[in-house]
Design a binder for this molecule. Structure first.
Ligand SMILES: Nc1ncnc2c1ncn2[C@@H]1O[C@H](COP(=O)(O)OP(=O)(O)O)[C@@H](O)[C@H]1O
Ligand SMILES: [Mg+2]
Length: 700
């Protein structure tokens, strides 16, 4: 679809200029200087010749077929120029001009015009307000940047031109090759999604990198990214903090959903690797640039110094990378070639006086060893160390194996030429062992992602018709926040379990219901106006006798009347008291980009302090539901500590999946809290629930 953009047979530069200070000069100069293979037509009303090329006063004067227009004229003229392009049959345009959305109201209106022209006249637009694009395969540098990228396998897009330039400089400085480079600009038409989709099938690209500040369409992102990551690694740097942070937080879940959790969740669910910063983006790119993905998570560390080996081991432990020992056969085979004081376990220490032969001996076994999935070679330049030959040994070994080999040749001056050699053979070298371990972790993670079977989205046990009736009747009454009574009714239709309960309108009735349910019971205020019941003294647990039940009724209702004078009190709900189990919180919140998200965390009163919660975008697959549980720092508490029986993790996963089904079926729901859900050894019971519906104007 984007063929004309990446592989045009001819380009018109509208606004080409003779003035070297102008964008219209720089871009034409780049196209010419870097030998774009195809027709080049400068368009300028005045000039007869620009950079030795014949210039045309108007697009229509060219008289030959043009595939791509590069536009560098003042913003206010761009809509007309695009119209002319469309009339000339051009299907793709790059708008370098600034002065659009980024420049205030007038610019925003101009940009709306661009969008309309793009749709109506079927012309795809990159930009506006962008740096342009590069395709190294056909030597097309349609940017006004100062350099050209070396050829390679990385495709990169950037929402920020400045970040794009920085990446370009890094790539040139480190001789990292790129296949494509895109400056997205304002994304009036083409966005990161179009390019991820294109790069996924681009034979020149094996790694997709990007810098984004937002995503234009969350739902489409989920679909596109999920497919792309199956084909090749996708690493994105997303700058955080958007306006989503300013959401109203009327539920626990809403309060806990910071502005960026949706992106974290979306990346996890789609297998996109999130770079934690520019350095991390570079490091990860470097790790993947060699193109080998390990079969598993086991890293063998070879070092000629103890300290760096320990640093690597610490990093491995922190990141969950395994450092397996080699098999007995391997250890025996290399024993004769290593001095007696060498350490043969992982990290393998070949000792400070190690020659390249010792490294070779270990590497030879490591590539054959079934326990080893990847190898980290650490070298410190000691007096006896033969840096360059060791680099050659690494390179030779790497040619013979599918296992990724990464290096950390530490230092600067003395290791420079060895690192040069490694670089020439695409062996990623990291200045510090911990960075190398981290990048191996990324490689292993990608392997794990590729190994996941794509999971059918679960179908749920539900009673849609009954639920729809409940939702309709709630919304008809003009109420947008409902408490336990209605929430429990709705949730029951999606398979949720609740304790036995009944409403008491008098203290006598409370006593009667309590003895029918069986003591002890829990009693709670029932009022559509009171959503946080404990706050108004509206909850009594462990009510043991009829007399206590009568007293509790009086106490709860008078507490409520005292604290919330205007609240309409229906009575007091009497509940079977649930004993044992672990209290967790389950919730739903709504993100502007991605839609509904499910939250899970350890419940109770500390939830907002500990903030130990996990999020996923709806729909949530069962695998993701289980990952949500295991991702908590406190997951161990659910798995059982000190002889405790484990909580029913499968039941939690089922409730998460059911909740995901509920909100998929009812987009009217904005937020929802189930706090607590009590998870037992077998099954889970919800003790409290609250739902907030979207106001009519919020619906979409
Ligand atoms: N049926 C029950 N069995 C046992 N404990 C309960 C029951 N219902 C509520 N609780 C306890 O009382 C606490 C407060 O009740 P809840 O209904 O969540 O009120 P609130 O509106 O204050 O959140 C719960 O967190 C839970 O620990
Ligand atoms: Mg509660």
């Amino acid at each position: 679809m984007l063929e004309a953009l990446f592989n045009p047979s001819s380009i018109a530069v509208i606004g080409a200029s003779q003035d070297p200070k102008k964008v219209g000069y720089a871009v034409l100069d780049n196209l010419k200087k870097y030998n774009f293979r195809g027709g080049l037509y400068p368009v300028n009303p005045a000039a007869g010749e620009i950079l030795g090329l014949k210039a045309y006063p108007k697009l229509a004067d060219i008289g030959k077929e043009v595939d791509l227009a590069v536009i560098a004229i003042p913003a206010r003229f761009v809509p007309d120029a695009l119209g002319e392009c469309a009339a000339a049959g051009i299907t793709s345009a790059v708008v370098l001009s600034a002065g659009f959305k980024e420049a205030g109201r007038e610019g925003t209106l101009l940009e709306e015009q661009l969008k309309a022209i793009s749709k109506e006249r079927h012309i795809r637009i990159l930009g506006p307000n962008c740096l342009g694009l590069i395709n190294t395969a056909n030597s097309m540098n349609a940017t006004f940047a100062a350099d050209m990228l070396p050829k390679g396998k990385i495709a990169f897009f950037s929402q920020s031109g400045a970040m794009g330039i920085a990446i370009m400089d890094w790539a040139i400085g480190n001789e990292i090759g790129f296949s494509k480079f895109i400056s997205l600009g304002n994304k009036a038409d083409l966005s990161e999604l179009d390019f991820i989709e294109y790069f996924m099938n681009d034979p020149d690209t094996s790694l997709i990198l990007g810098y984004i500040e937002d995503v234009v369409d969350g739902k489409r992102f989920m679909e596109v990214a999920q497919k792309a990551t199956r084909a090749k690694p996708v690493i994105l740097l997303k700058s955080g903090g958007t306006e989503a942070g300013a959401r109203a937080a009327s539920s626990h879940t809403g309060a806990l959903a910071g502005s960026d959790v949706a992106f974290d969740a979306a990346f996890k669910q789609t297998g996109v690797m999130r770079a934690q910063g520019v350095q991390d983006l570079f490091d990860t790119a470097l790790a993947f640039a060699e193109g080998k993905i390990p079969a598993g998570n086991g890293l063998l560390v070879i070092t000629n110094a103890g300290g760096p080996g320990i640093i690597a081991a610490d990093a491995a432990e922190r990141l969950g990378v395994e450092l397996p020992h080699m098999t007995r056969e391997s250890i025996e085979a290399m024993a004769g070639k290593l001095p007696p004081n060498a350490t043969v376990f992982n990290p393998v220490d070949v000792i400070g006086d190690a020659t390249s032969a010792r490294y070779a001996a270990v590497l030879e076994q490591a590539v054959k060893d079934p326990n080893v999935d990847g190898i980290l070679v650490i070298l410190t330049p000691q007096a006896m160390t033969d840096m360059e030959t060791t680099a050659e040994v690494v390179i030779e070994t790497s040619k013979r194996t599918n296992k990724p080999i990464i290096t950390s040749f530490m230092g600067e001056a003395r290791v420079r030429s060895a690192i040069r050699k490694l670089k020439d053979s695409s062996i990623p070298n990291f200045s510090y062992p911990e960075l190398a371990v981290k990048s191996f972790k990324r490689l292993a993670q990608y392997r794990a992602w590729k190994d996941y079977k794509t999971e059918e989205l679960p179908s749920c046990w539900y009673n849609f018709d009954a639920a729809a009736e409940t939702v309709t009747s709630i919304l008809k009454s003009g109420i947008y926040q409902v408490g336990e009574e209605e929430a429990m009714q709705l949730l029951t239709y999606y398979g949720f379990q609740f304790p036995e309960r009944a409403l008491a309108r008098t203290s006598r009735e409370a006593a009667r219901i309590a003895s029918r349910i069986g003591f002890p019971v829990v009693m709670k205020i029932s009022s559509p106006d009171i959503l946080h019941k404990t706050d108004v003294g509206g909850v009594r647990v462990n009510v043991k006798t009829q007399k206590e039940a009568e007293e509790a009724f009086t106490e709860i209702t008078s507490n409520a009347r005292r604290i919330m004078r205007d609240a309409f009190v229906k009575g007091v709900m009497v509940y079977e008291m649930v004993k044992g189990g672990k209290e967790v919180i389950l919730g739903v919140t709504y993100d502007r980009t991605f839609g509904h998200m499910i939250m899970f965390g350890l419940g109770g009163i500390y939830v907002e302090v500990l903030k130990d919660v996990s999020f996923r975008i709806v729909p949530v697959a069962r695998r993701d539901a289980l990952a949500m549980v295991n991702e908590l720092k406190t997951a161990g508490l659910l798995h059982g500590v000190r002889g405790e029986r484990p909580a029913d993790i499968n039941a939690i996963a089922s409730t998460i999946v059911n909740l995901s089904c509920l909100v998929s079926d009812f987009p009217e729901i904005r937020e929802l809290d189930i706090n607590p859900l009590v998870v037992k050894e077998k099954g889970a019971v919800a003790l409290d629930a609250r739902i907030i519906f979207k106001q009519p104007e919020e619906k979409r």
